[in-house]
Design a protein around this ligand. Structure first.
Ligand code: PLP
Length: 337
C-alpha cells in the first residue's frame, strides 16, 4: 500500500505493482510480503465506523485458501531434505484445503498426493481433491482430524507412510513447524506492511493453529500491544478446518501464550454471517470467515478506534452444499415447478 496510509481510501490511479505482474509459474504467485494476499475494508457491515476493519482475502491465493502458505513451505522443506521424487509422493490427513494446496503444488512439481479425509468434509472439497490429482481415502473421523484415534485420518496417513516408505512421505501439518514458519515469514510480515504498522487487532480461527502461532509470533515482536483473537465454533460444529476449544490440545502447534482471547461462537452463525458478507459486502466469504467476522464484531462493541485484520481463510464455493443444509431457503426453488 505504498500509495496511501491505511486510514485513507486508495486512489484509483495507485494500483499496486503486482496487479500488472506476469508470473512464470504457479509458485511465483504464492503470497509473500512483496505479493501479499489483498486486504479489503469492511464497509456496510462495520458496526463501529471509527474502527477500521479489514478482511485479508486468502481465497485469492493461487489454490484458493490460506493453506497455500503452509503447503508450499512443507513441500520445499521436503524437497530440500531429498524426501520427494524418484516415485515418492505425499500422504497427508486433511479437512480439504491443505490437501488441495498440496495436491496442486506437488502435481506441478511432478509428485503424487494421497489425501486422507474425514467423511464429513463437504463433497465439493472431496471432488476438488480428485480434480487436482489426489488419490482419496475417506474415513469416519472428526472434521478436523485428531491424533491418537486408531482408525482416524492422521493414523491412517501415518500407516500409509510407514507401510510404503518408498511411495510416501507425510508432511503432517498438525506437527510440522514449517506450517508455523509459513505464517511467521509471510502472513505476519504482510499484515504489518499492508497496515503500515497500524494494526491493533488480528482475528483468526484455529485448526492446526499454524496461522495464529506464526502470525502472532511475528506481530507481537513488532508491537507487543497488538491483540490476537481466535474465534472457535461451539461443540458439534461442522465447519471444516476448525477445532472447538475442547479439541485444541490435539494441535501440537497451539501456543495459548500467543493468543489474547479465544471467543467461542455458535457455529450456525458461521453460515449466516458468511451469507451476509456475500450479500452486503460482495465478499465470497466461507463459513470460517463468517465465524471470524462474528467474533470481530463482538470485540468491536467495546472498542472505538483501532485497525483490525480478519484472516478470511477460503471462499464460499466449496461449501455451497453445506450452506444449503444450514440455510434451508437456499435449497428451495432449484428445480422447475
Ligand atoms: C477454512 C479454514 N479456516 C481456518 C483454518 C485454520 O487454519 P490453521 O490450520 O492454520 O489453524 C483452516 C485450516 O485448515 C481452514 O481450512
Amino acid at each position: 500500500m505504498s500509495t496511501t496510509t491505511v486510514g485513507k481510501p486508495i486512489p484509483k490511479s495507485g494500483a499496486p505493482a503486482h496487479r500488472t505482474r506476469v508470473y512464470n509459474d504457479i509458485f511465483e504467485m504464492l503470497p509473500d510480503v512483496d505479493n501479499p494476499s489483498p486486504m479489503v475494508r469492511i464497509n456496510r457491515l462495520n458496526p463501529v465506523k471509527s474502527f477500521q476493519l479489514f478482511a485479508k482475502l486468502e481465497w485469492l491465493n493461487p489454490l484458493g485458501s490460506v493453506k497455500d502458505r503452509a503447503a508450499w513451505q512443507m513441500i520445499r522443506d521436503l524437497e530440500e531434505r531429498g524426501e520427494l521424487g524418484d516415485g515418492r509422493g505425499i500422504v497427508e490427513p486433511t479437512s480439504g484445503n491443505t490437501g488441495i494446496s498440496l495436491a496442486a503444488l506437488a502435481g506441478a512439481r511432478g509428485y503424487s498426493t494421497r489425501a486422507v479425509v474425514p467423511n464429513k468434509v463437504p463433497k465439493e472439497k472431496k471432488i476438488l481433491l480428485k480434480i487436482f490429482g489426489a488419490e482419496l481415502d475417506v474415513v469416519n473421523d472428526a472434521l478436523c482430524p485428531a491424533p491418537g484415534l486408531g482408525d482416524g485420518s492422521i493414523n491412517l496417513a501415518k500407516t500409509h507412510a510407514k507401510a510404503a516408505r518408498d511411495k510416501y512421505v507425510m508432511p503432517n501439518q498438525y506437527e510440522n513447524q514449517k506450517n508455523v514458519e509459513a505464517h511467521l515469514k509471510t502472513t505476519g510480515p504482510e499484515i504489518w506492511k499492508q497496515t503500515e504498522g497500524e494494526v491493533t487487532h488480528v482475528f483468526t480461527s484455529l485448526g492446526t493453529c499454524g496461522t495464529v502461532t506464526g502470525l502472532s509470533r511475528y506481530l507481537k515482536k513488532k508491537d507487543a500491544n497488538i491483540r490476537i483473537y481466535a474465534v472457535q465454533p461451539t461443540e458439534g460444529h461442522d465447519v471444516p478446518g476448525l477445532r472447538n476449544i475442547s479439541q485444541l490440545e490435539a494441535s501440537k502447534l497451539f501456543d495459548p501464550s500467543l493468543i489474547d482471547e479465544i471467543l467461542e461462537i455458535d457455529y450456525e452463525l458461521a453460515y449466516t454471517r458468511a451469507m451476509e458478507l456475500c450479500q452486503k459486502e460482495g465478499l465470497m466469504a466461507g463459513p470460517s470467515s463468517g465465524l471470524i467476522f462474528e467474533g470481530a464484531t463482538r470485540v468491536l462493541q467495546n472498542e472505538r478506534e483501532g485497525c483490525g485484520v480478519m484472516i478470511f481463510c477460503d471462499n464460499i464455493f466449496k461449501y455451497a452444499s453445506n450452506m444449503a443444509l444450514h440455510l434451508k431457503d437456499l435449497g428451495e426453488g432449484l428445480e422447475p415447478r
